[in-house]
Design a protein around this ligand. Structure first.
Ligand SMILES: *[C@@H]1O[C@H](CO)[C@@H](O)[C@H](O)[C@H]1NC(C)=O
Ligand SMILES: *[C@@H]1O[C@H](CO)[C@@H](O)[C@H](O)[C@H]1NC(C)=O
Length: 299
């Protein structure tokens, strides 16, 4: 296939060169799975090659066309880039007043994996989840529209977890630590009054899937082990954690982009009924309009 592309660009180049001399050059296009191409391949390989040719309009024939179409699109996008969504699905949910009217999605973390229903927040960076709780919102019962209990995370129960140490470059409270090897603490104050999450930073696996063929991808990300929440977080908002989608280096989109899994972007799309989807690495269609971020406190 690479050779076919090369040939076509050669023909184009010849056209340009020859045009200057007022010659006309024409090229005959032969579909690469046509009988004519098949005959040519057979004679080139010495008779036997033609037998590998797929029967036109067979299931395998269409599968091969779809595969090569996908490859071509990938090549145009740049093979490195793909779109990812949480392994539980790209769906986002709006759970109404009980959950503070925010949008949520299910994510899977750790090994063995545990599911969390996290609020999506484009205004902050950290992903935190209730973890080895000292002060967390209630996780069982009383979640009206949900049919399952929410979970707590515990680094000790995940084989792939690792505490971030105080000397890690993403440990912003590192200077408050007694020693460089200690686990890195975090504390985030949110704009709602008295609303915060604090605990220790942990590195673990976030389970994702590719949008193209739903292949599973395990990405190492940084998570706030949220041991102590306050304010709105004890009052029905984000009881099972919050996924920060901001520009900071610690956010999930930034981490995925840094490791080369996606381009540094994501999309959140909402339907009329407030359900929606989230895609990491999505840049949307080239013709779409965009709205700049609104500065908050002049930042
Ligand atoms: C999560 O764990 C469940 C049960 O152990 C398993 O069936 C599922 O495949 C896991 N999901 C991922 C994305 O690893
Ligand atoms: C925030 O905390 C302070 C000090 O504890 C308290 O006086 C104040 O009423 C709290 N504000 C809200 C909105 O709960």
């Amino acid at each position: 296939m690479a050779r076919a592309c090369f040939l076509i660009s050669l023909v184009v180049a010849s056209c340009l060169v020859w045009k200057a001399h007022s010659f006309a050059l024409s090229a005959k296009l032969v579909h690469r799975f046509s009988d004519e191409a098949r005959a040519a391949a057979a004679s080139r390989i010495g008779g036997g090659g033609g037998e590998r040719w797929l029967t036109r309009r067979s299931k395998e024939y269409y599968q091969m066309l779809a595969r090569s179409d996908l490859l071509r699109r990938k090549r145009r996008l740049g093979a490195r880039y793909q779109m990812l969504f949480p392994s539980e699905g790209s769906e986002t949910l709006s759970l109404g007043n009980d959950f503070g009217w925010l949008h949520y999605t299910w994510i899977n973390i750790g090994t063995p994996n545990v599911s969390f229903l996290v609020a999506l927040d484009a205004g902050s960076d950290l992903l935190w989840i209730p973890c080895d709780c000292i002060q967390c919102a209630p996780l069982s019962g009383s979640h009206g529209s949900l049919d399952k209990d929410l979970s707590m995370y515990s680094p000790a129960e995940s084989r792939t977890s690792r505490y971030l140490s105080c000397n890690h470059e993403l440990c912003s409270l590192g200077s408050t630590c007694g020693s460089a090897k200690q686990p890195c603490p975090y504390r985030i104050n949110y704009y709602s009054e008295n609303t915060s999450s604090s605990g220790l930073l942990v590195e673990d696996i976030l389970h994702l899937a590719t949008s193209e063929d739903h292949a599973s991808v395990q990405a190492s990300i940084i998570i706030g082990c949220g041991r102590k929440q306050s304010g709105d977080y004890l009052d029905g908002i984000a009881p099972d954690g919050l996924l920060g989608l901001g520009f900071g280096d610690i956010s999930v989109p930034s981490s995925l982009a840094r490791t080369g899994l996606i381009r540094n972007s994501f999309s959140l799309c909402f339907r009329d009924d407030d359900s929606g989807r989230i895609l990491f690495g999505d840049r949307g269609v080239p013709t779409q309009q965009s709205t700049p971020f609104v500065p908050l406190d002049g930042k």
